[in-house]
Design a protein around this ligand. Structure first.
Ligand code: IMP
Ligand code: MG
Length: 177
């Protein structure tokens, strides 16, 4: 191989905008008047979250959490920990997790457990993309954008080794796994 993998478009910025609007409409139905706490999982969700919240038309709060999976490159090792915690109180709140991608499911199921221990009124998951072919633990995604094939995804905030986050479309890396 030798060269860097090349991104190939899976979903254009126009398809993404339509999907973000669809998800926002679902969330508007369910969270109107509930003053939810949206928890963005750093770093991959920041572009999605920025677009999503501007399509919500009710008071809400935003916070971020950063997880690490003791791994590097394209494989998750399975051992997840909190690298940077929330500043908001979770107890009694209607919490909505905003994720870029659910792959093995290990990160988000860890996060669901972590948040539930803090006694939120509710906790749900909104994921921009889902790669079900790689799932190792079952995860229920309440609001899902796109199902993606078993390829490495980049763009629209999602990286490969900190590269390609700036791409406006959701792409697959061709010569990579
Ligand atoms: P999981 O624990 O395997 O479900 O995934 C944890 C995290 O790995 C995701 O939130 C992403 O940040 C990252 N990840 C998994 N698959 C991909 C991918 O295809 N592209 C970029 N990041 C990925
Ligand atoms: Mg992530």
């Amino acid at each position: 191989m030798g060269s860097e993998p090349k991104p190939r478009i899976l979903f254009t910025k126009h398809e993404i905008a339509a999907t973000v609007e669809r998800l926002a409409a679902e969330i508007r139905q369910d969270y109107q008047g509930k003053h939810p706490l949206l928890v963005g999982v750093l770093k991959g969700s920041f572009v999605f979250m920025a677009d999503l919240i501007r399509r919500l038309d009710f008071p809400l709060e935003v916070d971020f959490i950063r997880l690490s999976s003791y791994g590097r490159g394209m494989e998750s090792s399975g051992k997840v920990k909190v690298e940077q915690g929330l500043s908001a109180e979770v107890e009694g709140r209607e919490v909505l997790i905003i994720e870029d991608i659910v792959d093995t499911g290990l990160a988000v199921s860890f996060l669901l457990d972590y948040l539930r221990k803090q006694k939120p009124a509710s906790v749900r998951l909104c994921a921009l993309t889902d790669k079900p072919s790689r799932r190792r633990v079952p995860v229920n995604i309440d609001y899902l954008g796109f199902t993606v094939p078993n390829k490495f995804i980049v763009g629209y905030g999602i990286d490969w080794d900190e590269k390609f986050r700036y791409l406006p479309d959701i792409c697959a890396l061709e010569s990579a796994k």
